[in-house]
Design a protein around this ligand. Structure first.
Ligand code: G6P
Length: 368
């Protein structure tokens, strides 16, 4: 660990605060306003190659798998290509359908996760072009894949993935833009996405200003025995990631669900001491999220809502409202991740847990 924590008490907090830079680095040299698209030269694929892709499989483990799930929403909505997400540990033993035009991406911060490497090799054995999305330069997955995209997030020391996740999400947006521009997105739509991506580092900085508010909320709820996390669409995987972060470093039982699944079982867990964290930005499904929040409140469950700046409606239904900047649907998951990272961090710190080295976990799992 030759990276210094600087003035931060933990690497995890330092890495959370590095995100304005790490998302910028994930985009550096990859935005092309002339062509109104993203450029990912490391894929080693021409536009004609990319145009012939009929199906995409995204795979990874842990946090990387959640990035894959967000990628599924983004690629399907911006590029209209069917996407399937799979845990690397499952993909390696699945009999992958061998359509010729299926492109496989393996996502791994370390580039050394045993299951992800095995999924890469199995997919190559089946004849699929298999690309890596890695942070560690020269890692095994980076070397063995047929091309890929580096995250350029810099070393991540905290066991709980933070900046690598938002870099993965940023790359998913770049990929969806690139694939979309050679299919359904117009020049003007491409330019608009690029303009929003250019604002992303500033929006991430602005979101980090929520830290003190999130710390106060963490203090209030740190003794809760369990937590629920809910969101819809691309924010559903963000709910899963929020729950994973909390479990990993605070050992509090936490589960993530699509908001509407609440009524199919999860609602049985709602009581006065189980906080529900809802990711409910101002978007097409906002009203739907609000009615789910009301269902929780009707059963006396405390609600922490992540909403959008300028939207006061949540004040009427939630106990706590954390407001992230207004942004398009392909940016919101990145911003919504940040208060969830901070919530897990401050709860774990409040409980005196070893934030950077949680029990039983390894930064990179190199055995099956
Ligand atoms: C371990 C880490 C997780 C990480 C996962 C995948 O379980 O504790 O934080 O998400 O591996 O790691 P990778 O390096 O492949 O992204």
């Amino acid at each position: 660990e030759d990276v210094d924590k600087g003035t931060y008490p933990h690497y995890m907090l330092k890495e959370i605060y590095e995100q304005p830079n790490s998302v910028r680095d994930a985009m550096r040299g990859r935005l092309s306003p002339e062509e109104a698209t993203a450029k990912l030269g490391g894929l080693n694929m021409t536009n004609a190659d990319l145009r012939s892709v009929e199906r995409i499989i995204l795979c990874g483990c842990g946090t990387a798998f959640h990035a894959a799930m967000v990628g599924e929403y983004l690629i399907e909505s911006l590029a209209h290509i069917p996407v399937e997400c799979e845990f690397a540990s499952e993909l390696r033993y699945r009999n992958l359908p061998t359509d010729r035009d299926t492109l496989v991406f393996v996502i791994s911060q370390s580039g050394e996760t045993a299951d992800t490497l095995a999924a890469l090799r199995e997919s190559q054995r089946k004849g699929h072009r298999t690309l890596g999305i890695c942070n560690s330069v020269g890692s095994t997955i980076a070397r063995e894949s047929d091309g890929g995209v580096y995250m350029h997030a810099g070393p991540e020391i905290g066991v709980a993935a933070t900046k690598s996740f938002t870099s993965q999400l940023t790359i998913m947006t770049l990929l969806a833009t690139l694939l979309g521009r050679i299919r359904y997105l117009s020049y003007a739509e491409g330019l608009e996405i690029l303009a929003n991506l250019e604002r992303l580092p500033a929006l991430v900085s602005q979101t980090l200003e929520l830290d003190a508010q999130v710390a106060a909320i963490a203090k209030k709820y740190a003794k809760a025995p369990n937590f629920l996390f809910m969101g819809r669409q691309a924010n559903y995987p963000i709910a899963l990631e929020g729950a994973l972060k909390l479990k990993e470093i605070s050992y509090i039982a936490a589960s993530g669900y699509p908001s509407a699944e609440l009524k199919h079982g999860v609602i049985a867990l709602v009581n006065e001491v189980t906080p529900s964290v809802f990711i409910a930005p101002r978007d097409a499904v906002f009203e739907k999220n609000v009615s789910n929040i009301e269902e929780v409140k009707a059963r006396k469950g405390p609600v922490i809502a992540i909403g959008t700046e300028g939207n006061d409606h949540l004040d009427k239904v939630a106990d706590e409202v954390i407001r992230i900047p207004q942004s398009p649907d392909y940016i919101t998951p990145i911003l919504a991740s940040i208060p969830l990272q901070l919530l897990a961090y401050h709860i774990a710190a409040e409980l005196g847990c070893d934030v950077d080295k949680p029990r039983n976990l390894a930064k990179s799992v190199t055995v099956e």
